[in-house]
Design a protein around this ligand. Sequence first.
Ligand code: FUB
Length: 330
Amino acid sequence: MSNKAKQNEPLVTHIYTADPSAHVFNDKIYIYPSHDLDHDGESNDNGDQYKMEDYHVLSMDDIDAPVVDHGQALHVRDVKWASKQMWAPDAAFKNDTYYFYFPARDKEGIFRIGVATSKNPEGPFVPEDNYIEGSFSIDPAVYVDDDNRAYMYFGGLWGGQLEKWQTGEFVADAPDPDENGPALGPMVAELTDDMLTFKSAPQEISIVDEDGNPLLAGDHDRRFFEAPWVHKHNGYYYLSYSTGDTHYLVYAISKSPTGPFVYKGRILEPVLGWTTHQSIVQFKGKWYLFYHDCSLSGGVNHKRSVKFTELKYREDGTIVTIHPYADEEK
Ligand code: FUB
């Protein structure tokens, strides 16, 4: 148990946490974060500093209630196919079961996405023997639609290896896409009814500007980098994501869960630290953005902390851009 949750402050301070996927289960907020390891090892563009080995699940009975750490929910040693780097996870509920989705490197060093199950939202989760066939790259986010169909969104550039799959096969030394050509989009795959496999091969999502032109790979302020997340508001699917090297959280909208999505704007200005990663959830009539920064560690990129803040829409459905340290700047 920790102190009461407060907006824009670390949810917990006894461990480093990142990449929060927040869900409302049983009228409580459950947060599925990465668990950052405290170490002084090498840092590079490959993301080797993100050495995470396990996951903890957090929960709050209310938005200002104490945060409960339910302890270890899954460890890499218990995942037969995985070797290291348990990165950003997500969870979903269907079939009276909680499903926990997580990326990790397989024994060949290739990122894959696995699934584990539990009867309880806090776990512990029991992993399947193999990763999801046809999965690759990182940052799974699962959206269960109103018609009960479930979609997994995933993908991340650079350390997340998405650009290495441009041919449909893993190419270890694949170049980044041409800066003047279309950017790589996140992937989407519908899940089978048992939530354990893909119904069909993942498809790339197209993100376009207001004129319908695909965002270009050189448009680093707007193009997809990692951390896809989908929520629904007023009949539109909102795809939010990180722009990576420009450090914005942005969003695009669509009438279809598989896109194309039209770019609309920024959700969060850069936080302290290189990565930025979010989830958006509605709780008791208000909307919240869960995100992370590195303020607790004084700016160490791989020692992050999960925070949350209220998110507001304008009448036309656009999101009001959040300035993460606005109160401190006043
Ligand atoms: O936490 C490791 C990686 O950093 C995540 O998978 C990315 O989204 C970024 O936050």
